[in-house]
Design a protein around this ligand. Structure first.
Ligand code: SF4
Length: 354
């Protein structure tokens, strides 16, 4: 795709695409590997730095191609937790956010796949923004490259596709970026450190299973009951729980990876004893883990309707809920609230556009 300067974007191309491109330019295929290495390992934004290419090739590349995609606008730090939120501007003036979440022995970069999101989950600030467009492969990859420049490439150990947008609604591009991140030439990242989180698009979950990428998959479950899940996540009316569980089982079997269920807790909505029973029954059917997430307020977005009635489950009830699940032999983690003070916590990303 050409950018505003009439140049073709190189970032976001896979190794195979780069090799083919150089072949087309009359160069040996290994030039593709060299440029892959410069872009994705050395985080280079400048053909002039690519000193293992001849001067004439560097000049030819900079005439025709661009390495510029996102512009970093601001970086916010959470003094409480060390969480860092990056605000980027796209070439056409949209704003998107990514977050680095530090934990004991890992730092996870949460990246966005769309400007806004069409799925309108009632607990999510991004959903309240509405949907503008899908991000390009260059824009998805550049969130990682620019964050890695700031944070240190080797310090970002994990990537999760859980920022703004539904990755499986931007399927081809998501798959392309996964193949860049999991390429054997990309140092420091491996497929088992990359998670795609979805609200549940069953046929796309199966397609991802068939892609051979074998990354980890997380399903935003939030309730095992269709009536409640449908109120929290309107997409459930199109793709109910049963269809998603069937797709998840297919994914788990095909990729031999355990599944993560994301479970944000809302007072008196999905924190009842019958929810524990339903989760226990579900987790007996496949290899999985539940991530319990305390609900982060989105009051700053002034939600209306059902969204305005949602309240966080009190900490004592979360602890009891988790304890009972564990007694039932279910693997459960409580996700620490990270970055609430800078609106960078789960479900809070919402960059104001234009
Ligand atoms: S939770 Fe995810 S899928 Fe739902 S509206 Fe927010 S960004 Fe979209």
């Amino acid at each position: 795709m050409k950018n505003g300067n009439g140049k073709y974007q190189l970032k976001g191309l896979t190794l195979n695409e780069l090799q083919q491109l150089f072949k087309g330019l009359g160069e040996p295929k290994y030039r593709g590997e060299q440029v892959f290495n410069w872009m994705y390992n050395h985080l280079s934004n400048d053909f002039g730095e690519m000193l293992n290419l001849s001067k004439s090739l560097r000049e030819k590349l900079s005439e025709k191609f661009s390495l510029e995609s996102l512009k970093l606008v601001t970086v916010q730090n959470s003094p409480e937790t060390g969480t860092k939120k990056y605000l980027f501007r796209t070439e056409d003036g949209n704003k998107i956010e990514s977050v680095v979440i530090p934990d004991k022995n890992r730092n996870t970069l949460c990246i966005s796949t769309q400007v806004g999101c069409p799925l309108d989950c009632k607990f999510c600030a991004t959903g309240l923004m509405g949907y503008t467009r899908n991000l390009t492969a260059a824009e998805i990859v550049d969130q990682y490259l620019l964050a890695a420049k700031d944070y240190g490439k080797k310090n970002i150990t994990n990537i999760v596709y859980m920022g703004m947008g539904e990755p499986l609604l931007n399927f081809e591009t998501t798959v392309k970026t996964l193949s860049i991140f999991t390429s054997e030439l990309n140092k420091g990242l491996s497929r088992n450190r990359i998670t795609v989180s979805t609200a549940g698009i069953p046929h796309k979950i199966k397609e991802l299973a068939d892609s051979g990428l074998r990354v980890k998959l997380a399903l935003s479950l939030h309730s095992c009951f269709n009536d409640i899940r449908g109120k929290l996540m309107p997409i459930n009316k199109k793709y109910p729980v049963e269809q998603n569980i069937e797709a998840i089982k297919y994914y788990s079997k095909k990729t031999k990876t355990p599944i993560v269920f994301e479970y944000t807790m809302f007072k008196d909505v999905n924190d009842r004893d019958e929810d524990i029973k339903a989760l226990t029954k579900l987790c007996r059917q496949l290899s999985c883990k539940i991530n319990v997430i305390p609900f982060n307020s989105i009051a700053h977005m002034n939600p209306g309707g059902f969204g305005a009635t949602l309240e966080p489950t009190p900490k004592d009830r979360i602890d009891d809920f988790v304890q009972t699940l564990r007694e039932n032999n279910v693997t459960v983690m409580i996700r620490k609230t990270q970055g609430d003070d800078i609106a960078a916590a789960c479900g809070q990303l919402a960059a104001k556009n234009k």
